[in-house]
Write a protein that binds this ligand. Structure first.
Ligand code: AMP
Length: 284
């Protein structure tokens, strides 16, 4: 596996691959890798000639310094994991390499309001940072396909809109959520959970699964309210539990409002914020 920290080196590897007519796959991550990330890399390897993974804890998408500071950093272990799945290139840039002219700029992209609700409402500036970093990484890698997880439902929806709005040719591939045996969606943040919170955190998946049953015969508002109360167990504080139209992220009031209905939630377990979602009706 080639490991590079600079843009010119990264671009020279890509240039050589393009000359050979190879397709470029790219998976952006913030590291502290787990099997969810690796599932993206495995799929990228199956579908692309050159597989690139990046590890960059992007400061511009963190709205709380404490969250940025406490974000786990395990680059050595990550490198071994990526080698293990046969990733071709690992890109680990510095902040200066990513933003040589500073990061104090915002891209002119019409996000169609997708960034205003759910995560956008609770984490001001988060999606502007996500759009900024993913755009910069696509600019560097000029990848044919970018791999993202359904785990971050609003994030991939916004990136899809960015690709459309800027008429970029990169194709977005969305991969399924990988969960632990108890149903908890794998996340780099899970390793910060207190043991008792880790034990109880499967409540999130259980409530999402219940919502999938309830959608058959209960009101949307009733489902959202019941879910919020079921998630309010000791140590846990739900921030939102919203049933949305999976295409435009707008709230729904009835199950007949959309062909694709997704339940999205964010829950604090102690001081760790977890997000998850489940398709309740339709397919992605
Ligand atoms: P992150 O390092 O958290 O920024 O995540 C990098 C990519 O991995 C994003 O596209 C995530 O949606 C995806 N990802 C994170 N957790 C999972 C998971 N449990 N299953 C599938 N994809 C995931």
């Amino acid at each position: 596996m080639i490991i590079t920290t600079t843009v010119p080196e990264m671009q020279s590897v890509i240039q050589q691959a393009k000359v050979r007519g190879q397709s470029i796959g790219f998976t952006p991550t913030m590291g502290a890798l787990h099997d969810g990330h690796l599932s993206l890399v495995r799929r990228m390897k199956e579908e692309c000639d050159l597989s690139i993974c990046s590890i960059f804890v992007n400061p511009t998408q963190f709205n709380q310094t404490a969250d940025l500071d406490s974000y786990p950093r395990t680059v050595e272990a990550d490198t071994d994991l990526l080698r293990g799945v046969g990733c071709d290139v690992l890109f680990v840039p510095s902040v200066a390499e990513m933003y040589p002219h500073g990061s104090d700029y915002e891209l002119d992209v019409n996000l169609d309001g997708l960034d205003t609700r759910m995560e956008g409402a609770h984490r001001p500036g988060h999606f502007a940072g996500v759009v900024q970093v993913v755009h910069r990484l696509i600019e560097i890698t000029s990848c044919d396909r970018i791999y993202m997880g359904q785990k971050d439902f609003q994030q991939f929806t916004i990136i899809r809109q960015m690709l459309r709005d800027l008429k970029l040719t990169t194709r977005l591939v969305v991969c399924d959520i990988v969960r632990g045996e108890d149903g908890l969606a794998l996340s780099s943040r899970n390793r910060r959970l207190l043991p008792e919170h880790r034990r109880d955190a499967n409540v999130i998946h259980r409530v999402l699964s219940l919502a999938k049953e309830w959608i058959q015969d209960r009101d949307v508002k009733h489902i959202e309210e019941t879910a919020l109360s079921y998630l309010s167990i000791p140590g846990f504080r739900p921030e939102y539990f919203d049933l949305i139209n999976g295409h435009n992220l707008l709230s729904i009031t009835s199950k007949d409002d959309a062909e694709l209905i997704v339940a999205c939630t964010a829950v604090w377990a102690g001081d760790v914020r977890l997000i998850d979602n489940m398709v309740l009706k339709g397919t992605l």
